[in-house]
Design a protein around this ligand. Structure first.
Ligand SMILES: Cc1cc2nc3c(=O)[nH]c(=O)nc-3n(C[C@H](O)[C@H](O)[C@H](O)COP(=O)(O)OP(=O)(O)OC[C@H]3O[C@@H](n4cnc5c(N)ncnc54)[C@H](O)[C@@H]3O)c2cc1C
Length: 443
């Protein structure tokens, strides 16, 4: 895999598929590629440091055909009708086989006494159709996918390795420029590159996301004129635990807590809103109430959820609140909205291919239009997995048709010498681009 380079003394490696990101979308892409392909999977931080591990509430599934219309309508209603209807149909139709696959990898979901799946509900869902594993569904799913990838001999995992740029050759993606764990630069020639870089929360002072998720794929796409879509569609989650410490990552109080009965109160302990409104509308209502009450948070009361259910379903949220001094059995907790999810991203087709040949984007980094203007709760893990599998299948077909690596032109290594500055510039570029589109849309 390693061949010496004549280019500035920096190593030049070769791989069939370069996957950027070790969240559920990157891992599932790897698992669905043929075993004879060499795969290099890099991640900016540790292998488990990604938002997929943080997902609490669950993952949607079409329970049976009778729920299709309602599930479709709920997704569109949450997305303000701006969803790509074909993407939504693909996601819903594929949900069952994705869940079967996850169970095959050893993922367990809550079940009823008779062994059938136990479904919960979150805001803007008209039916219970969300599978969960306590309040750590993302960890349950992603840790099993990681274990399966680690067992694959054709996959090389490279933690603490950052994609600084892609190598563009004649309008085609030919690989990437990497900053390794040792601080050294290298290049990797790849027949296909998959951006699975997650969201943009690291660009915001208050976000539920890991700080290192800074929209790097967007910056790269901007530089190379790869099409972007809906980049001003940023979701703010209505309920994160309030903390006066701005350095802390905002801790999510999952929507399923409200789905199971938790209530929101103003400063006088009075309800002021329907807790199951779609996220954007509930966020607006909470912000309005905070302004009216002149408080930095509103109160959430978990006690309406029966005690046994509360502790069985949400043990980690309860433990986290306790660590911060709140006993949810006896008192309300302060909650405040924070940046949570990015509905826009690198524009992709139904096979997750971008506008640049040999470049794919999956998961939160990509925008196939499934979420429209606002994501319905628990559609994100599912969408990531459905469209990662489609990317892998498309790559499999195309790799058979084009078996050789694209040649590299000379790389301007000086451009990457000050990688910290380059990354800071990238963050600014992405923020500017998002604000520009936002300003255009509200003008
Ligand atoms: C607190 C929280 C709770 C959530 N709860 C739910 C839920 O209940 N249900 C649901 O459906 N969704 C939920 N979501 C959303 C969901 O978790 C994410 O949208 C989904 O996991 C995204 O997966 P991903 O693979 O696209 O990205 P991630 O899992 O975030 O992975 C991104 C990866 O890209 C890597 N990376 C980024 N930039 C670079 C670079 N330049 N070079 C190399 N590597 C890079 C990162 O290191 C990371 O490995 C939640 C999100 C959060 C934050």
């Amino acid at each position: 895999m390693h061949t010496p380079s004549s280019s500035g003394g920096h190593p030049l490696n070769q791989t069939d598929v370069l996957i950027v990101g070790s969240g559920c979308s990157g891992l599932y892409t790897a698992l669905n590629l043929p075993r004879h392909l060499k795969i290099t999977l890099i991640t900016k931080a540790g292998l488990t440091e990604n938002d997929s591990y943080l997902a609490q509430g669950g993952i949607c599934m079409l329970r049976d055909d009778s729920d299709f219309d309602a599930y479709f309508a709920d997704t569109l209603r949450a997305g303000h009708g701006e969803n790509d209807r074909s993407s939504v149909t693909i996601m819903i139709r594929d949900s069952k086989s994705i869940i079967e696959d996850l169970v095959g990898y050893g993922v367990t979901f809550a079940r009823n006494a008779d062994g059938s799946f136990c479904f919960t509900r979150e805001g803007a869902h008209s039916q219970n159709r969300i599978l969960f594993h306590e309040d750590i569904t993302g960890r349950e799913i992603t840790s099993h996918l990681l274990t399966a990838v680690q067992a694959l001999p054709n996959v090389t995992l490279m933690p603490h390795t950052t994609l600084l740029d892609i190598v563009e050759d004649d309008g085609t993606c030919a690989g990437g420029i990497l900053l390794g764990a040792n601080g050294k630069l290298s290049a990797v020639a790849a027949r296909h590159t998959v951006l699975a870089c997650g969201g943009i929360g690291g660009l915001y002072p208050h976000s539920t996301n890991f700080h290192h998720l800074t929209g790097d794929a967007l910056a790269i796409a901007l530089h190379h004129h790869v099409a972007l879509k809906n980049i001003d569609y940023v979701q703010i989650h209505p309920t994160t635990l309030y903390t006066p410490n701005p350095e802390e990552r905002s801790f999510l109080i999952s929507e399923s807590v409200r789905g199971e009965g938790a209530l929101l109160y103003d400063k006088n302990g009075r309800r002021f809103v329907d807790e199951l409104l779609p996220r954007d509308k509930l966020t607006q209502a909470i912000h309005a109430q905070m302004r009216k009450d002149q408080t930095p948070f509103v109160w959430e009361d978990l006690r309406p959820i029966p005690a046994r259910e509360r502790h069985a379903h949400f043990p980690n949220i309860i433990a986290h609140c306790a660590e911060h001094g709140y006993d949810v059995d006896r008192e309300c907790i302060p909650v405040v909205p924070a940046q949570h999810y990015f509905m826009g991203g690198v524009a992709v087709n139904y096979e997750s291919a971008t506008s640049m040949p040999q470049l794919y984007a999956v998961g939160e980094t990509a925008c196939n239009g499934v979420h429209g203007r606002n994501r319905l709760a628990s559609n994100s893990l599912l969408e990531s997995l459905v469209f990662a599998r489609r990317a892998a299948r498309d790559i499999s077909v195309r790799t058979e048709a084009a078996p050789s690596l694209h040649p590299f032109n000379a790389i301007d290594w000086d451009h990457y010498a000050d990688s910290r500055r380059l990354e800071e510039n990238n963050h600014e570029q992405v923020k500017l681009a998002i604000n520009r589109v936002h300003a255009r849309c509200i003008a």
